[in-house]
Design a protein around this ligand. Structure first.
Ligand code: CA
Length: 222
């Protein structure tokens, strides 16, 4: 019986191999990614039970990956892998669910034991339900209702809606939404408009999203 899937995000192939070998031996499924954008995509599509996350990664570091996930309401348990003391400080300074960490060089057995510990603790979040006007979002279960009817959203549509609804009435610029929801460089702010249009089509009259001309969007109670 598999123990669940662990996403290992590590750009050092030798370390990734070692960690993978030990996790597999212990009965876990393992998926390896080497950069932040692909790691975020893998969390969304594969829904791993836990993430082993190297802090020192090219382009987007582990801290930024964690922050992006937590901002989007994703509380998958994370075990950080740090290389230096200053990285440990940054991980401990995170208010965003640094579940645990190991420091390089680590013993693979210890790492596997820590993975078991973060899994036992489960997701760091308590239930989070957002309600703005006639739209309700259960962030923990990733479910959305417009009036009383449940609406099926894509992962990105969901993240965008939750981002707006966490701070009712706050006006978000398109580029703020891009970095909060997509978390990494995408082609342009037009992406935000396209997803807002899709959300409005799905939520219908109950949509709380207001266009703020020349700036961006906000979620309004009425
Ligand atoms: Ca690294």
């Amino acid at each position: 019986m598999p123990e669940g899937l662990v996403l290992v995000v590590e750009d050092d192939a030798a370390i990734a191999d070692l960690v993978q070998r030990y996790l597999l031996r212990d009965g876990f499924g393992v998926h390896v990614e080497t950069d932040g954008a692909r790691a975020l995509a893998a969390v969304r599509t594969l829904r791993p039970a836990a993430v082993v996350l190297d802090v020192g990664l090219p382009t987007m570091d582990g801290i930024e990956i964690c922050r992006t996930l937590r901002t989007a309401g994703d509380w998958t348990p994370i075990l950080f892998v740090t290389a230096r003391d200053d990285e440990v400080d940054r991980v401990l300074g995170l208010e965003l669910g640094a579940d645990d960490y190991v420091t390089k060089p680590f013993s693979p057995r210890e790492l596997v034991a820590r993975v078991r510990t973060v899994l036992r603790r489960g997701p760091a979040a308590v239930a989070e339900v957002l309600e703005v006007g006639r739209t309700r979002v259960d962030v923990t279960q990733r479910r959305v209702w417009a009036d009383a009817a449940e609406v099926a959203l894509t992962a990105t549509e969901f993240d965008l809606l939750a981002q707006l609804m966490r701070r009712p009435r706050q006006v978000f610029e398109r580029r703020q939404l891009l970095s909060a929801v997509w978390g990494y460089s995408v082609t342009g702010t037009r992406t935000v408009d396209v997803h807002v249009a899709q959300l409005r089509a799905k939520l219908g009259d109950a949509s709380p999203i207001r266009t703020v001309r020349g700036i961006g969007y906000a979620a309004d109670p009425s």
